[in-house]
Design a protein around this ligand. Sequence first.
Ligand SMILES: Nc1ncnc2c1ncn2[C@@H]1O[C@H](COP(=O)(O)OP(=O)(O)O)[C@@H](O)[C@H]1O
Ligand SMILES: [Mg+2]
Length: 360
Amino acid sequence: MAETLENQALHLLGQVVNEEAGENIVAMGMVKNVSVSEGKIDCIIEFKENDQKKNEKIFEDAQKALKEIPGVTKVNIITTLHKENSTHANDEVNSNKTNSVGTNQIKYILAVASGKGGVGKSTVASNLACAFKSLGLKTCLLDADIYGPSIPKMIGINEKPHSDGQKIETINRYGLSTMSMGYMVNDENPIIWRGLMVMKAINEMIDKVNWGAADIMVIDLPPGTGDVQLSLIQKLKISGSLIVTTPQDIALIDVIRGLKMFEKTKVPILGIVENMSYFLAPDTGKEYKLYGESKTNEVAEKYDYEILANLPHDPLLLEQCEKGHPLTDLVPDHKVSQMFIELAENLLKRLKLEQLANTN
Ligand SMILES: Nc1ncnc2c1ncn2[C@@H]1O[C@H](COP(=O)(O)OP(=O)(O)O)[C@@H](O)[C@H]1O
Ligand SMILES: [Mg+2]
């Protein structure tokens, strides 16, 4: 059934015309992916040129067309720009994209994703980064959540990175090399990110930052799947993604569906972490269920992903996020820190397997 809905979607998109070229966007190869499930459509459109007005028109027409399909309640169109026409300020920098943070210099790139905000994605990303470091890996932490960068707070950084006008230096803390948009902008004037600005910002955090050689880079993604995710997969060879969720997170299915599209572009989903699964009483060590039955199991089973960890709601973990020193680095023997270290070991195994599978 999904097949026919996808065909129907393609048929409707075939009526969206790129006026300049006088041809429809399907015939021009601009529609990179369409998937329909449970009344929701995900679609990737790759623009041929950097013309905001024209691109917006195509976007709106496509959205209108897809909404015509009976039973469709949600249309999620991700847009991207064809690389040859990328507006990157410096083509020289652009051309060595895979060398600067490619597999040659950073062995594994792990993207931490979530369906919605507030589930603990940044907490997991920063503690996991510390866990990888404690395993002896040279670790980078990239805060790609440009809409709500929280890594500066989580690792207690309140300074601007140094730059010689060419390259920007990472800020190093707790043995991690880090970069975040939050270092550059102040809280009072948040940037409103639009369309191609996103791609430019992401490109700069990769090309212009002197990351150096490392074993692993942990990327804190914005919630959902959108422009940032797409810019990153165009730019980097991401080794795998990890999904963070909470027991009652109804956005979990959305992000899995979104990331499944990226699996087609060779970014495997390594597994799911359920955060705040239960409350860990600091005095007695007793575990209390906070919510009713978890929805995570059901979704994981349906899509065939493993739940790699069930992390507790832990007051000390929260306190250390507030204080800017991840618990995993501060108290490595703490029960929760040990969970992060175990998770890091597990992920490392999976990353190695994925890499082997890719080279064979
Ligand atoms: N396991 C946990 N126990 C206690 N507090 C947590 C836990 N995970 C996250 N938090 C807290 O919840 C809030 C949201 O977490 P955050 O990592 O910023 O979420 P996201 O990045 O998904 O928006 C933060 O205040 C964080 O300290
Ligand atoms: Mg966050």
